[in-house]
Each structure stands twice: as C-alpha cells, then as structure tokens.
Ligand binder design. Sequence first.
Ligand code: 6PG
Length: 245
Amino acid sequence: MEHHPNIEVYRSTKDLEQNAAKRIVLIINKAIRERGNCFIALSGGETPRPVYHLLGTPPMKDQVDWSCVHLFFSDERIVPSTDIQSNYGMVDRELISHIDIPRKNVHRIEVEKKPELAAAEYERELREIVSDVVRFDLVLLGIGGDGHTASIFPETAIVEEKKAFAFAVFVPHLNSWRVTLTFRSINNAREVLFLVSGKEKAPIVQRVLKSPKPRKEIPATMVQPVEGNLLWMIDRDAAGENEKL
Ligand code: 6PG
C-alpha cells in the first residue's frame, strides 16, 4: 500500500476525535486570523458527534471566537429539527447550544419547506454569506459503506451536478429527501476533512484508497479540492489491515 500523504491514522477512536477537534480549532482560528471570519460546513451522522461535543466543551469551546464563525451543514435530512435523524438537531445539542454564536451565524437548512425550495434557499444563502463562489474554509465529511459522502449517493444524478452549490435529492433506499452540498461547493473549499472511524468502514476506505482517480460509483473519490487541502483522519479500525498507511 503506497504511502498516502493525506491520511492520518489514529490509534483509537478517542485519539481521532481529540485530534480532529484540535485540527478544526486550528483551521477556524487560522481563517479568523487571515480573513476575520470562518465559514465551515458540518457533516451529519454519528462519527462527528463526539467531535462536536469536544468543540462545545471547555477548553476547546473557549479557544474560538464563535462570533466570527458561520456554521453551515454539508447535508441535512428533510425531517423536523426535533427528529433524532436531524443533523441540525444533533449539532445543536452537541455544539450550538453550548457556545456563544449569534443565531444569524447558524445557517440551518429549512426542512419545513419543500426539499427543492429548501435547497434553493440554502443555495441563495451560500452565495450571499459564504461568497458567490461558495469557498468554505472547511468542509467536514463522513463516508457511508456505499461510498456516499454528504448526501451524494452512488448512481444518483447529483454526482454529476456541475452548476448548483446545493441540491435536493430523494434517496430511494432510505425513502427520504435530503438537501446536500454538491461537489461544486465541496471541491471549492480551502480544507476538506474526512472523519472515519470503526471497522465497518475499513472496506470502503480500502476501495477509496485503491481508486487513485475519481469514480462516480464511489462518490467520496470525487472529493478533490481544486485549490485546497484534503485530509482523511481515520482510526486504526477504519484503516483495517493497512494500519501503516
Ligand atoms: C449524513 C452524513 C453522511 C454521513 C455518512 C457516515 O447526513 O448521514 O452527511 O454522509 O457522513 O453516512 O455516517 P456515520 O458517521 O453515521 O457512519
């Protein structure tokens, strides 16, 4: 297995979570130092939850001037924010409700609207707040066993979407609507960070590592920041037998 410069393997999940939270604080503070603010898109799912908890707890919560940070979401399930499936709900419980961030800086996807309207509204906000080219300082991503990332699933039209920065997509096997960032906004970011843990992810991590070039059957391989850094932070379980990555 050739060396992968953009993969860091951590001895334990806890170690991964601690280092991921520290890395996020560094990226946020660098953006604030350089540009006075920070635009970050947070991924959903279970993997990042402990990282958000660390960011919302001392000492890390006190290491960031949250009034300079704008929180967006890499994707959202079209369910009420109170639903256990809601990414916004999870981030609110673990992070937002514990930090001094102005409400106007939290850009939730308006799940009360029809998915296409929610996506159009989110796109407008992305262009207006982040910039007309939607260049995030950091996009956080996870990966599903099927190679999806954000809510870009294999063999869906959105894999090829080139124009929109955000899109509504119905996911048949989940029987649910999602709104997600597209690769256009993801690959425009200054930093893209994949957080992956657990042995159930080892097979897909291997498939991604063995796919040197982007493959639409494995959407996560299409995350190739145009002018930005890509980093995979994974634990040993997710690295599988290639712990010496
Ligand atoms: C979502 C995420 C999704 C997630 C992967 C991994 O809203 O579900 O954006 O892309 O990152 O499905 O999820 P886990 O971290 O729960 O394994």
